[in-house]
Design a protein. Sequence first.
Length: 298
Amino acid sequence: MNTACPYALYLGRLAPNSQRSIASQLNSIADLLRWPENKRHMMYHKIDFQQASHIKALLIANGWSARSINRAMTAIRSIVGVAVMSGMAPEMQLVQLRAISKVSHGAHDGKPLSVTQVQTLFAHLKQNTSVLGTRNYAVLATLLGTGLRRSELVALLLQDYIAGSALIVRKGKGNKSRTVHLPEWAQHALNEWVVLRGKQEGYLFHRVARGGNIQHDTHLSSCAVYSLIRKSLSSIGIEGVSPHDLRRTFITRLLEQNVDLNTVRQMAGHADISTTIMYDKRSEKVMQQAAFLLSYKL
Protein backbone atom coordinates (compact mmCIF):
# COMPACT_ATOMS: atom_id res chain seq x y z
CA MET A 1 0.00 0.00 0.00
CA ASN A 2 1.25 3.46 -0.91
CA THR A 3 1.87 5.26 2.40
CA ALA A 4 1.21 8.59 0.66
CA CYS A 5 -2.34 7.66 -0.40
CA PRO A 6 -5.17 9.51 1.40
CA TYR A 7 -6.39 6.30 3.03
CA ALA A 8 -2.99 5.57 4.61
CA LEU A 9 -2.42 9.20 5.60
CA TYR A 10 -5.80 9.33 7.37
CA LEU A 11 -5.30 6.04 9.24
CA GLY A 12 -1.84 7.22 10.28
CA ARG A 13 -3.43 9.99 12.35
CA LEU A 14 -5.46 7.57 14.48
CA ALA A 15 -4.64 5.63 17.62
CA PRO A 16 -3.74 1.94 17.00
CA ASN A 17 -7.11 0.52 18.12
CA SER A 18 -8.98 3.14 16.10
CA GLN A 19 -6.84 2.29 13.10
CA ARG A 20 -7.86 -1.36 13.33
CA SER A 21 -11.51 -0.54 13.91
CA ILE A 22 -11.82 2.00 11.08
CA ALA A 23 -9.78 -0.14 8.68
CA SER A 24 -12.08 -3.08 9.44
CA GLN A 25 -15.21 -0.99 8.81
CA LEU A 26 -13.86 0.35 5.54
CA ASN A 27 -12.77 -3.13 4.50
CA SER A 28 -16.29 -4.42 5.18
CA ILE A 29 -17.69 -1.66 2.97
CA ALA A 30 -15.23 -2.59 0.22
CA ASP A 31 -16.36 -6.22 0.52
CA LEU A 32 -20.00 -5.17 0.13
CA LEU A 33 -19.05 -3.15 -2.95
CA ARG A 34 -16.92 -6.05 -4.23
CA TRP A 35 -13.84 -3.94 -4.69
CA PRO A 36 -10.65 -5.87 -5.51
CA GLU A 37 -8.48 -6.26 -2.42
CA ASN A 38 -5.29 -5.02 -4.06
CA LYS A 39 -6.87 -1.77 -5.27
CA ARG A 40 -9.39 -0.75 -2.62
CA HIS A 41 -7.00 1.47 -0.61
CA MET A 42 -6.82 3.78 -3.63
CA MET A 43 -10.59 3.83 -4.16
CA TYR A 44 -11.89 5.35 -0.91
CA HIS A 45 -10.85 8.91 -1.76
CA LYS A 46 -12.70 8.65 -5.09
CA ILE A 47 -16.10 8.14 -3.43
CA ASP A 48 -18.49 10.87 -4.60
CA PHE A 49 -21.93 11.97 -3.45
CA GLN A 50 -23.82 9.35 -5.44
CA GLN A 51 -21.64 6.45 -4.31
CA ALA A 52 -21.60 7.64 -0.69
CA SER A 53 -25.41 7.80 -0.69
CA HIS A 54 -25.47 4.24 -2.05
CA ILE A 55 -23.04 3.08 0.66
CA LYS A 56 -25.17 4.64 3.40
CA ALA A 57 -28.31 2.88 2.10
CA LEU A 58 -26.39 -0.39 1.77
CA LEU A 59 -25.15 -0.27 5.36
CA ILE A 60 -28.65 0.43 6.68
CA ALA A 61 -29.99 -2.52 4.66
CA ASN A 62 -27.25 -4.75 6.09
CA GLY A 63 -28.20 -3.95 9.67
CA TRP A 64 -25.31 -1.70 10.65
CA SER A 65 -25.98 0.43 13.72
CA ALA A 66 -26.51 4.17 13.30
CA ARG A 67 -23.30 4.81 15.25
CA SER A 68 -21.26 2.50 12.99
CA ILE A 69 -22.74 3.96 9.82
CA ASN A 70 -22.06 7.54 10.91
CA ARG A 71 -18.54 6.61 11.94
CA ALA A 72 -17.85 4.96 8.57
CA MET A 73 -19.24 7.95 6.65
CA THR A 74 -17.09 10.30 8.74
CA ALA A 75 -14.03 8.21 7.85
CA ILE A 76 -14.89 8.41 4.15
CA ARG A 77 -15.32 12.19 4.34
CA SER A 78 -12.03 12.48 6.21
CA ILE A 79 -10.17 10.44 3.58
CA VAL A 80 -11.63 12.62 0.84
CA GLY A 81 -10.62 15.66 2.91
CA VAL A 82 -7.02 14.41 2.93
CA ALA A 83 -7.25 13.87 -0.83
CA VAL A 84 -8.47 17.45 -1.33
CA MET A 85 -5.56 18.83 0.69
CA SER A 86 -3.18 16.63 -1.31
CA GLY A 87 -4.59 17.85 -4.62
CA MET A 88 -5.97 14.40 -5.47
CA ALA A 89 -9.69 15.31 -5.30
CA PRO A 90 -11.75 18.43 -6.07
CA GLU A 91 -13.04 20.45 -3.14
CA MET A 92 -16.63 20.21 -4.45
CA GLN A 93 -16.49 16.43 -3.86
CA LEU A 94 -15.95 17.03 -0.14
CA VAL A 95 -18.63 19.74 -0.01
CA GLN A 96 -21.16 17.34 -1.52
CA LEU A 97 -20.24 14.53 0.89
CA ARG A 98 -20.81 16.86 3.83
CA ALA A 99 -24.37 17.36 2.61
CA ILE A 100 -25.21 13.71 3.34
CA SER A 101 -27.17 13.60 6.59
CA LYS A 102 -26.31 11.37 9.53
CA VAL A 103 -28.39 8.32 10.33
CA SER A 104 -30.46 9.11 13.40
CA HIS A 105 -30.27 6.62 16.24
CA GLY A 106 -34.04 6.24 16.10
CA ALA A 107 -33.83 5.09 12.48
CA HIS A 108 -31.60 2.13 13.27
CA ASP A 109 -30.47 2.01 16.87
CA GLY A 110 -29.80 -1.69 17.10
CA LYS A 111 -31.42 -4.29 19.28
CA PRO A 112 -30.00 -6.39 22.14
CA LEU A 113 -30.48 -10.13 22.22
CA SER A 114 -32.96 -11.60 24.64
CA VAL A 115 -31.87 -14.07 27.34
CA THR A 116 -33.51 -16.88 25.37
CA GLN A 117 -31.67 -15.91 22.20
CA VAL A 118 -28.32 -15.88 24.02
CA GLN A 119 -29.04 -19.31 25.53
CA THR A 120 -29.98 -20.66 22.08
CA LEU A 121 -26.80 -19.19 20.59
CA PHE A 122 -24.56 -20.79 23.22
CA ALA A 123 -26.33 -24.15 22.91
CA HIS A 124 -25.71 -24.02 19.15
CA LEU A 125 -22.04 -23.05 19.50
CA LYS A 126 -21.33 -25.78 22.08
CA GLN A 127 -22.37 -28.45 19.57
CA ASN A 128 -19.21 -27.82 17.56
CA THR A 129 -16.35 -29.25 19.66
CA SER A 130 -13.66 -28.80 16.99
CA VAL A 131 -10.75 -26.37 17.45
CA LEU A 132 -12.60 -23.81 15.34
CA GLY A 133 -15.84 -24.38 17.23
CA THR A 134 -14.08 -23.98 20.59
CA ARG A 135 -12.50 -20.73 19.48
CA ASN A 136 -15.78 -19.37 18.12
CA TYR A 137 -17.59 -20.20 21.36
CA ALA A 138 -14.84 -18.47 23.34
CA VAL A 139 -15.04 -15.36 21.15
CA LEU A 140 -18.83 -15.03 21.50
CA ALA A 141 -18.74 -15.81 25.22
CA THR A 142 -16.04 -13.17 25.75
CA LEU A 143 -17.98 -10.53 23.83
CA LEU A 144 -21.25 -11.23 25.65
CA GLY A 145 -19.51 -11.66 29.00
CA THR A 146 -17.45 -8.45 28.88
CA GLY A 147 -19.07 -6.13 26.34
CA LEU A 148 -15.72 -5.60 24.60
CA ARG A 149 -15.57 -3.76 21.31
CA ARG A 150 -14.35 -5.82 18.35
CA SER A 151 -11.15 -3.77 18.15
CA GLU A 152 -10.48 -4.44 21.84
CA LEU A 153 -11.10 -8.17 21.48
CA VAL A 154 -8.74 -8.72 18.54
CA ALA A 155 -5.99 -6.68 20.23
CA LEU A 156 -5.92 -8.93 23.34
CA LEU A 157 -2.69 -10.79 24.05
CA LEU A 158 -2.40 -14.09 25.93
CA GLN A 159 -0.67 -12.20 28.75
CA ASP A 160 -3.78 -9.98 29.07
CA TYR A 161 -5.72 -12.97 30.40
CA ILE A 162 -5.10 -12.72 34.14
CA ALA A 163 -5.33 -15.83 36.31
CA GLY A 164 -8.30 -17.03 34.33
CA SER A 165 -10.65 -14.41 35.76
CA ALA A 166 -10.07 -11.06 34.06
CA LEU A 167 -8.80 -9.40 30.91
CA ILE A 168 -6.65 -6.29 30.63
CA VAL A 169 -7.74 -4.01 27.82
CA ARG A 170 -4.50 -2.10 27.30
CA LYS A 171 -5.63 0.32 24.64
CA GLY A 172 -9.37 0.79 24.59
CA LYS A 173 -11.24 3.65 23.01
CA GLY A 174 -9.27 6.87 23.45
CA ASN A 175 -6.14 4.79 24.25
CA LYS A 176 -7.48 4.17 27.78
CA SER A 177 -6.69 0.96 29.63
CA ARG A 178 -9.07 -0.94 31.92
CA THR A 179 -9.57 -4.34 33.50
CA VAL A 180 -12.71 -6.32 32.69
CA HIS A 181 -13.84 -9.21 34.88
CA LEU A 182 -15.23 -12.40 33.38
CA PRO A 183 -18.34 -14.25 34.53
CA GLU A 184 -17.68 -17.90 35.33
CA TRP A 185 -19.31 -19.23 32.15
CA ALA A 186 -17.12 -16.96 29.99
CA GLN A 187 -14.02 -18.05 31.93
CA HIS A 188 -14.86 -21.69 31.21
CA ALA A 189 -15.25 -21.04 27.46
CA LEU A 190 -12.01 -19.05 27.32
CA ASN A 191 -10.08 -21.65 29.33
CA GLU A 192 -11.08 -24.37 26.86
CA TRP A 193 -9.73 -22.26 23.99
CA VAL A 194 -6.48 -21.40 25.80
CA VAL A 195 -5.76 -25.09 26.41
CA LEU A 196 -6.01 -25.72 22.65
CA ARG A 197 -4.22 -22.48 21.75
CA GLY A 198 -1.18 -23.29 23.86
CA LYS A 199 1.19 -21.07 25.80
CA GLN A 200 2.88 -19.37 22.85
CA GLU A 201 3.20 -15.63 23.31
CA GLY A 202 1.12 -13.40 21.08
CA TYR A 203 -2.52 -12.61 20.47
CA LEU A 204 -5.20 -14.38 22.47
CA PHE A 205 -7.37 -15.21 19.46
CA HIS A 206 -5.86 -16.59 16.26
CA ARG A 207 -7.05 -17.62 12.85
CA VAL A 208 -7.85 -21.33 12.61
CA ALA A 209 -7.18 -22.92 9.23
CA ARG A 210 -8.80 -26.01 7.78
CA GLY A 211 -8.03 -29.13 9.70
CA GLY A 212 -8.02 -27.23 12.99
CA ASN A 213 -4.53 -25.81 12.53
CA ILE A 214 -4.09 -22.73 14.72
CA GLN A 215 -2.10 -20.07 12.88
CA HIS A 216 -0.18 -18.40 15.67
CA ASP A 217 1.33 -15.86 13.29
CA THR A 218 -2.11 -14.56 12.21
CA HIS A 219 -4.44 -13.02 14.78
CA LEU A 220 -8.20 -12.91 14.38
CA SER A 221 -9.27 -9.75 12.51
CA SER A 222 -12.17 -7.42 13.30
CA CYS A 223 -13.65 -8.29 9.93
CA ALA A 224 -13.52 -12.01 10.76
CA VAL A 225 -15.25 -11.36 14.10
CA TYR A 226 -17.98 -9.42 12.29
CA SER A 227 -18.51 -12.33 9.89
CA LEU A 228 -18.49 -14.87 12.74
CA ILE A 229 -21.18 -12.99 14.66
CA ARG A 230 -23.47 -12.58 11.67
CA LYS A 231 -23.03 -16.21 10.58
CA SER A 232 -23.52 -17.65 14.09
CA LEU A 233 -26.72 -15.71 14.72
CA SER A 234 -28.05 -16.36 11.24
CA SER A 235 -27.64 -20.10 11.85
CA ILE A 236 -30.20 -19.89 14.69
CA GLY A 237 -32.59 -17.71 12.70
CA ILE A 238 -31.53 -14.26 13.93
CA GLU A 239 -30.78 -11.89 11.08
CA GLY A 240 -29.56 -8.30 10.89
CA VAL A 241 -27.60 -8.32 14.15
CA SER A 242 -24.47 -6.17 14.27
CA PRO A 243 -21.42 -6.89 16.48
CA HIS A 244 -22.32 -3.80 18.49
CA ASP A 245 -25.65 -5.43 19.34
CA LEU A 246 -23.69 -7.87 21.53
CA ARG A 247 -22.31 -4.87 23.41
CA ARG A 248 -25.88 -3.57 23.74
CA THR A 249 -26.90 -6.99 25.05
CA PHE A 250 -24.16 -6.91 27.70
CA ILE A 251 -25.08 -3.43 28.92
CA THR A 252 -28.84 -4.02 28.82
CA ARG A 253 -28.55 -7.31 30.74
CA LEU A 254 -26.49 -5.65 33.49
CA LEU A 255 -29.12 -2.94 33.84
CA GLU A 256 -31.93 -5.53 33.87
CA GLN A 257 -30.13 -7.18 36.78
CA ASN A 258 -30.18 -3.86 38.65
CA VAL A 259 -26.46 -3.08 38.39
CA ASP A 260 -26.16 0.65 38.98
CA LEU A 261 -25.59 2.86 35.95
CA ASN A 262 -22.15 4.14 36.95
CA THR A 263 -20.82 0.61 37.49
CA VAL A 264 -22.17 -0.39 34.06
CA ARG A 265 -20.45 2.70 32.60
CA GLN A 266 -17.11 1.58 34.02
CA MET A 267 -17.57 -2.03 32.89
CA ALA A 268 -18.39 -0.87 29.36
CA GLY A 269 -15.41 1.47 29.21
CA HIS A 270 -17.49 4.61 28.68
CA ALA A 271 -15.97 7.95 29.65
CA ASP A 272 -19.39 9.63 29.95
CA ILE A 273 -22.44 8.13 31.62
CA SER A 274 -24.64 9.74 28.94
CA THR A 275 -23.12 7.29 26.45
CA THR A 276 -24.13 4.35 28.64
CA ILE A 277 -27.67 5.68 28.83
CA MET A 278 -27.89 5.54 25.03
CA TYR A 279 -27.33 1.77 25.23
CA ASP A 280 -30.13 1.23 27.74
CA LYS A 281 -32.57 -1.01 25.84
CA ARG A 282 -34.56 -2.38 28.73
CA SER A 283 -37.97 -3.51 27.67
CA GLU A 284 -41.39 -2.06 28.44
CA LYS A 285 -41.92 -5.01 30.79
CA VAL A 286 -39.04 -3.86 33.03
CA MET A 287 -40.57 -0.39 33.30
CA GLN A 288 -43.98 -1.89 34.08
CA GLN A 289 -42.43 -3.95 36.90
CA ALA A 290 -40.63 -0.88 38.24
CA ALA A 291 -43.90 1.07 38.27
CA PHE A 292 -45.68 -1.81 40.02
CA LEU A 293 -43.05 -1.87 42.78
CA LEU A 294 -43.13 1.89 43.35
CA SER A 295 -44.45 2.67 46.83
CA TYR A 296 -44.50 5.55 49.26
CA LYS A 297 -45.39 3.47 52.29
CA LEU A 298 -43.23 3.96 55.36
